[in-house]
Design a protein around this ligand. Structure first.
Ligand code: NAD
Ligand code: KPL
Length: 309
């Protein structure tokens, strides 16, 4: 792979699978003409996707991103910005048409989906991103970049390791902050800790992130939940957190994002399936594998599913 950002077009565009909030964020920040969306089969290609991108400072820019079919496509990178539950299926459809050396970058929250993709395509260069960027679509043709964050990129498969530096250089042309992460599994776990302590509570209580901190239901369960997360994390990562550190991180992020609607609450409000299986559900699964009881995580999974399925 070439290492310089200005070689993108010579070597093909950056293709994005999943033209939702995060896909539109990357497409909107990449230099004009560098990003394309893959069409979403079986939906027909209906010309470019137009939208307004509202930046964190309130300024707006207009985006027009081409939509291409998979047939004959030779992209330079593939950004996968589908929801976790759609990702393997989306790649099953897309990858047979795409070159085997194409770097695939997964942007899903939670864990489980990343291992499923790397396990299904071990010989392809598969990378994962963990991002604190926040984007949402209050209207069909408006993408709001809620606040500037940071993205870390690391390899999930052996061949992915050789692509990290060039992919980072390429994505830096967006102006969004992104850097290589040698231990992406740890980064994904660090984010999982926070999502496991906030998303389900905001969905069950139907409240913004900050409001959970004074709710009796959250206060009843947060200590045991933090203990479960810490115990499972200790079996899974090189830099585990104590239960107290888990609890502190959950409080810190719920406080700093107090007014936000979490992605899970937003999915429920829109009648979409949630990512509970790759958040608290993943902790339940890894707990089972390690012989660690996770009753609070199980209860949260059940309560969210009762509301959304
Ligand atoms: P979204 O629902 O807005 O976008 C997903 C898009 O994927 C939708 O447009 C959907 O139509 C499309 N899609 C589904 N199946 C497809 C297929 N087979 N082929 C092509 N497109 C398909 O979701 P989002 O908010 O953009 O989140 C995407 C992922 O990124 C999630 O896993 C989320 O956890 C993660 N993430 C999002 C943000 C954010 O700020 N939005 C931040 C961090 C991580
Ligand atoms: O990542 C988030 C999400 O909503 O999925 C948090 C950190 C909880 C911010 O809303």
């Amino acid at each position: 792979m070439p290492a310089r950002a200005d070689t993108a077009l010579k070597d093909g565009p950056i293709a994005i699978l999943g033209a939702g909030s995060l896909g539109r964020l990357w497409a909107g920040y990449l230099p004009a003409g560098h990003a394309v969306f893959f069409s979403h089969p079986p939906r027909p290609v209906s010309g470019p996707i137009h939208y307004r991108l509202k930046h964190p400072d309130g300024a707006e820019s207009i985006c027009q991103i081409p939509v291409i079919t998979l047939t004959g496509a030779r992209p330079y990178l593939l950004l996968v910005t589908t929801k976790a539950g759609d990702t393997v299926d989306a790649l099953e459809r897309a990858l047979p048409s795409l070159p085997t050396q194409l770097p695939i970058i997964l942007f899903q929250n939670g864990l489980g989906c990343q291992q499923a993709v790397a396990g299904r395509w071990p010989d392809r260069p598969v990378l994962a991103a963990s991002t604190t960027e926040g984007a949402n679509r209050p209207e069909e043709e408006l993408l709001v970049h809620a606040g500037r964050g940071q993205t870390w990129l690391g390899a999930l498969t052996d061949s992915g390791r050789y692509c990290v530096a060039a992919a980072v250089a390429q994505l830096q042309s967006s102006g969004l902050a992104i850097e290589a992460e040698p231990d992406i599994h740890q980064r994904l776990w660090d984010k999982l800790v926070v999502n496991s302590g906030i998303n389900a509570f905001t969905t069950i209580l139907d409240c913004p992130n900050g409001d959970i901190l004074v709710d009796p239901f959250f206060l009843e369960h947060i200590d045991d939940l933090s203990e479960e997360i810490a115990q499972v994390m200790a079996t899974e990562t090189r830099r585990p957190l104590s239960a107290e550190e888990v609890r502190k991180r959950i409080y810190t992020v719920a406080t700093s994002t107090a007014e936000n609607t979490s992605s899970m609450r937003s999915d429920r409000q829109r009648g979409r399936s949630t990512e509970i299986d790759v958040i608290n559900g993943y902790i339940v699964e890894r707990g089972k594998a390690a012989g660690i009881a996770t009753p609070v995580n199980q209860m949260l999974v059940r309560r969210v599913k009762d509301l959304t399925e």
